[in-house]
Design a protein. Structure first.
Length: 208
């Protein structure tokens, strides 16, 4: 609560006037304060008022939506730009005899053995695939069929694209890894009669 300032009586005012007339100023060279804004602290300084007609009008912002200026190409927003697994497998170098390779791609060769990994988890499928390849390589088999399934398309609101068919993508990678990479000569997508996009032909090297 602020206290109200007491007014001086006439006797006190006369006494103060006598003292003021006889007192010498401490800083006679100092100029009298004309504008209080000259001595007020910086935050308290008064901002000069600008007429409304002199205030600049802010520029109008154009309408904008996300993606409106993105370059339009053959790839749509949210599309996975990495090569499809079938393109990666088909683009691998040809290591086997060309005529045999053509017959295999057309489904003319009968696989010596097959394994169905569809329905297995990745932890279950990896050791099963390794054991299958090692067993058939030791038996002298050349062409084996690995069934993975095509995978189900999951409905998700995530903006990040997801590949369908975990096994379908993992099997070609596993076949290039130790301890079976040196046994595998060629990997190709199977013909429709043997599973199509949900299976792989694995052509093994000759056992020594």
């Amino acid at each position: 609560m602020t206290r109200r300032r007491r007014k001086l009586s006439e006797e006190e005012r006369d006494l103060w006037d006598q003292v003021r007339r006889t007192a010498d100023p401490m800083h006679p060279e100092r100029k009298p304060i004309v504008d209080e804004a000259e001595w007020l602290p910086e935050p308290v300084r008064k901002t000069p008022k600008v007429p409304l007609e002199d205030v600049p009008t802010p520029p109008q912002l154009e309408h904008f939506t996300i993606g409106m200026k993105a370059k339009k190409g053959k790839h749509k927003l949210g599309q996975n730009l990495t090569p499809a697994i079938e393109d990666e497998v088909a683009g691998a170098p040809l290591n086997m005899h060309k005529k045999t390779h053509t017959q295999m791609k057309r489904g003319k060769l009968v696989p010596d053995a097959r394994i169905d990994l569809h329905g297995m988890t990745l932890a279950q499928a990896h050791p099963a695939l390794v054991a299958f390849v090692m067993r058939n390589h030791a038996a002298g088999h050349r062409l084996v069929l690995v069934i993975t399934g095509k995978g189900k398309v999951k409905e998700t609101d995530s903006p990040i694209p997801e590949r369908t068919g975990a096994l379908r993508h993992q099997v070609p990678m596993w076949l290039q890894m130790s301890p079976i990479s040196h046994m595998v000569l060629q990997v190709r997508q199977a013909h429709l009669r043997h599973g199509g996009g949900g299976a792989y032909y694995v052509y093994l090297r000759r056992a020594r």
